[in-house]
Structure formats: structure tokens, C-alpha cells
Write a protein that binds this ligand. Sequence first.
Ligand code: ZN
Ligand code: ZN
Length: 403
Amino acid sequence: MASTEYYDLLGVSSDATTEEIKRAYKKKAMKHHPDKNPNDPMAAQTFQSLQNAYSTLLDPDSRAAYDRYGPDGPSSRMGGGGGGMGMEADELFAQFFSFSMGGGGEPSGFSRRGKPRRGEDSIIPYEVTLEDLYNGKTAHFNLEKNVVCGHCNGTGGKPKAKPQKCTKCDGRGITPVTRTLARGQIGVSQVTCPDCHGDGTRFREKERCKKCKGEKTVKEKKAVDVMVERGMSHNQKIVMKGEADQQPGVETGDVVFSLRMRPHATIHRAGSDLITTVHVTLSEALLGIHVERKRGDTLSSGDTIVIKSEGMPIQKQPSARGDLYIHFEVEMPTEEWLRSVLESVLPPKKPDLDPRPARVDVVDWEAADMNAYDEHEDEWEDEEDEEDEGGDYGDEAPECVHQ
Ligand SMILES: [Zn+2]
Ligand SMILES: [Zn+2]
């Protein structure tokens, strides 16, 4: 099946030249290198996908096969005569990287072969509630991980046995491997050779360690306790150093629990502060039920109060807490109810004018702006003060009472 996802990944058109592909890969690889994105757990995956796309598109044969069959095409599959796949994405990237960094040496994070210097971190999302983060909790996990085989000390062979060149990768330690997880999605794939784990050598079947069968590592179960501390936050990471899969000769990565806070139905958290909306009835608002307030204070809809130091605990500060904000929404009674209450309290409505006046003027009106009401008051008073001197009020003059 034809596919353009590799081209899309690199951001080039499907008729891009090799030079364009090289340039695009260099740019993208620099941007997505895991060392440059330590806080992005997806960086390694993106980087890996870029490498797959690049190594496939760089070679004319594999590119032609990809164009025709997509990522699952025959040439992308692993197998014997991968002679055409001379370019190794890692090595090319190494060139780019050391070149652009202005220095020699190896790119950080990778050894000369396909074997990484440090094993991958194992990232485990862990869902918690606001209550968990408020109270703190301990969670138990059973991890299954690869540990270096104790029987052969990670050599994978019997004592005295001599390793042979790995046939799968022809001793290079890496193989171009692509995997499609779902339509249009490239899965994580290791360019490290799965047979020799990047060493480039392997033992003959008869000479392999009986315990690990030449794999150099065995599976081990380990129970761990994860302490979720009071006041921890969404996306915070709890790192268990060196607990990820082991691989001989490679620094073991970490197991990282990444906290995911499930949103709370009524309480919203902002840092160490909490805010919640309380719905009260009109009488509660007027009489001040629930919240003790200063005498005479009434609540209006939309009022917010703050209660200091009743919010989230602050991590590593046992007695410190954020603030709790309470936002009040006053639920107004229905108009019908209001009318019936008001009618019982207010004087009766005046009857309609009877008889109706002979002339009724229809005028336009609008809501009043009371700021405008006394705008001209000062001017008016000034005029009056002046006129006062003359004392001429005509027929309408108020009576002066002299005592
Ligand atoms: Zn190999
Ligand atoms: Zn072993």
C-alpha cells in the first residue's frame, strides 16, 4: 500500500531529492533529539520514527519499495540480504550532530554502534485523584524487568565459548526495523539489533548460556512502593533510579511514574490553591447559613471568599497550605414564586386608570444612567446663587420667613 507518512514525518514532498531528505532529517533530528527534550517522554519515540523514515528513504531501493508497499513492504522487513541498506541513521546523525556542535566526538547518548549508552527510561503513567494528592498515598507496583543474567554475568555464553559475528546485523549492531502500530502511525522500533543487542556478536546456539539462552538478561519481578507525597501535582514525576530494564554494558535507565490527576467534579486546583463553587439558595444567601459571616453581610451571586491556609498541602512543607477560594452562586427562586411572595407583601396594585384619558402620548424611553442625572447640578446651583442677589422669583418665589 502506498504511503507518505515517512515523507510527512520529515516534512518533505514524496518527490524530494536525497539532498532534501538529508537536510530535512538533520533539522528534525536536531529538534527532536531526546537529549534536547529531557522533559518530553515522546521525544525518544519521535526521534526513533524519524530515524526509521530517514534510513528507509535514503536508500533508493528501500525508498522505491516503501513508495510501492508502504512501511510493511518487503524491503523494510528484516532479513538476510539487506545489502542496500548501507546507511545507518545513527551514524549519519552522529556526523550531523558532531558537525553542527562544532566538535568531534560521539553524539551524546549513543555509542558508536547501535547500542545506546544509557538504557531507556520506563515511563509509567499513574492516575491519581485530587484526594490522593491532598492526603498523600503509597501505591504498590509489581514491575517486571530485564536484569543481567547472573549465570553468565551478562555474556550470554557458556564459559570459554567464543562469540561469533551476529548474522542478523552482519556485526554492525543495528538493523533498520519499522513497525506499523495502526494505520498512519509508526510504532516505536529499535534500530539496535534485536539478536545481539547492539554488540554485533553472538554465541552459537550450543554455546549459549542455559539460563538466559544467550539473551544476556532474564526477566525478574520486583515489588516497589511508590510514595505519592502530599501536595504533589499533575504531571509530576516520581523517579526510581536505575530500575528500568538492564542491559550488559549499558547504564540502566529509570522507572518514572508520571502522575496524572483525574479532574475533580467540583474542586479545581491551581497550584496550591483550591477553588470550588457552592450553590446556595436565596434565603441561605440572605441569612448567611453555612459560612459564618460578619453580621449584616449578605452574599450576592458571584461573590468569592477566600479562606487562608485551607487549600492544598505544599510538598515538603508539612505545615504550609495554599488557600481555599469559595465562589458562591445564589440560586434565585422562580419568577412565579417571587411574584406570589411580593404580592403578599407589597401594597395592592393600583387599578388601571378608569376612565382612560382621552389623549395618550406614546414616547420612546430607555434605561436610565443615574450618573447622568446630577451631571448639571453644579451649573444650576451657580446660576441660582447669582439670581439670588436680585431676589426676583416672580409668582413662583418661595415665601421667605424672617424672624
Ligand atoms: Zn546483531
Ligand atoms: Zn546467561
